[in-house]
Design a protein around this ligand. Sequence first.
Ligand code: GDP
Ligand code: MG
Length: 450
Amino acid sequence: MVLEKLGNALKGTLQKIANSLFIDKKLVEELVKDIQRALLASDVNVRLVLELTEEIKKIALNEEPPRGIDKREFLVKIVYEELVKFLGEKESKIEITKRPFKIMMVGLFGSGKTTTIGKLAKYYATRGHKVAAIGLDVHRPAAPEQLEQICKQVNIPCFVKKSEKDPIKIYKEFKSELDKFDIVLIDTAGRDALSEDLIKEIKDLYLIIRPDERLLIISADIGQAAQKQAQAFHDSAFITGIIATKMDGTAKGGGALTACAATGAKIKFIGEGEKIDDLEIFDPKGFVSRMLGMGDLKLLLEKAKQVMTEESAEDLSKRFMKGDFNLNDLYEQMSAMRKMGPLSKIMEMIPGFGQIKMPKELLSVQEGKLKKWKFMMDSMTKQEKEDPDVIGGTRIERIAKGSGTSTGAVRELLKQYKQAKKMSKMMKGGKGMEKMMKKMGGKMPKGFGM
Ligand code: GDP
Ligand code: MG
């Protein structure tokens, strides 16, 4: 997949958001650092990275989420939207507005001009256009043969003249033939580096051919160095758009895409392989949402929401702190913890909570244990669940039998309940809790179920 590394790094960051209990400054700062690291590793320009992450931080810390979405979703949305903006925001389509519609490729040696002609030919031919190609690369010895081969693959006419060294003459010779097509794809010569000579050749061709689209073909593996090329071609006003090729084989693609976008030039397509079908329309929104795995992320956010509603969390935490919660509450709380991840991680995130010593059993809740608990609780009466202190020896035996567990397991559940209750009393009077409550502005953090 294109930009897999960058995608994975950013996905990990967004999952952190989805899994977090609440969004505070520390978390935002940590996420911003993650995003910076991921983008820099993808060769995105440092200044651009800082601009982007400052913007994310600013919005995340200063703006309230709009109605109907919670803070987590809001933060994900900010990251997504800023990345989309970063890549040029809107999809920039090539509209085929006249006949023949002439599309000229320009770019350095080996950037993928000729290969891309084949890809575009297939793309437009399968959409019902009559397509032809003309080869004006008179510098590279085997250029005409390469174009012929590629055109044969996609079954479109190819116009080349191997003996002629003047591209303008070649064009003029075939012009009347070319006028019979819907779309004419024009291959041109490149150079080793950006040179006056290349610009002049393209300029001369431009004046004669008047191509409707002039596409700069840039190999993405040059990363942020793409900026210089894109800027130079963009400034000379010859290009109407960019195709970034070789996105498949490089970790630097993020750098190339953002560098191009930063010049204001529009990226039209990306090439992601050597084969004829390895071409994709570049749509920043689709690109970013796929890179971030937005589909999965949505599910994850939904799940996070289901874990516990704000009200039930608040209610439970109030009861917990008063010391009057029952087995049902313990179960609910433990299964919520289970879904949210290790309790120790959660505790670390709450100011002042890190110091409180939690019983080991409470720190890790195993799925199997929770299931057993559920069976045992199903074998209890309503009264037993609400007031577990009434459960004595004979009741323990009955519950163990009824649930297919052991008396030891029932005793363990009761022990754990007592421990939690004891701890809740301790918190009620404890200093750690007071400190924490002060820091939180007297309110339990959202979604926190203790
Ligand atoms: P030109 O000199 O600009 O015409 O470049 P070519 O079209 O001849 O391509 C140069 C090399 O890059 C060839 O080996 C192509 O197969 C390869 N190439 C072009 N586009 C892509 C792409 O999107 N991905 C990969 N992996 N290789 C590509
Ligand atoms: Mg070529």
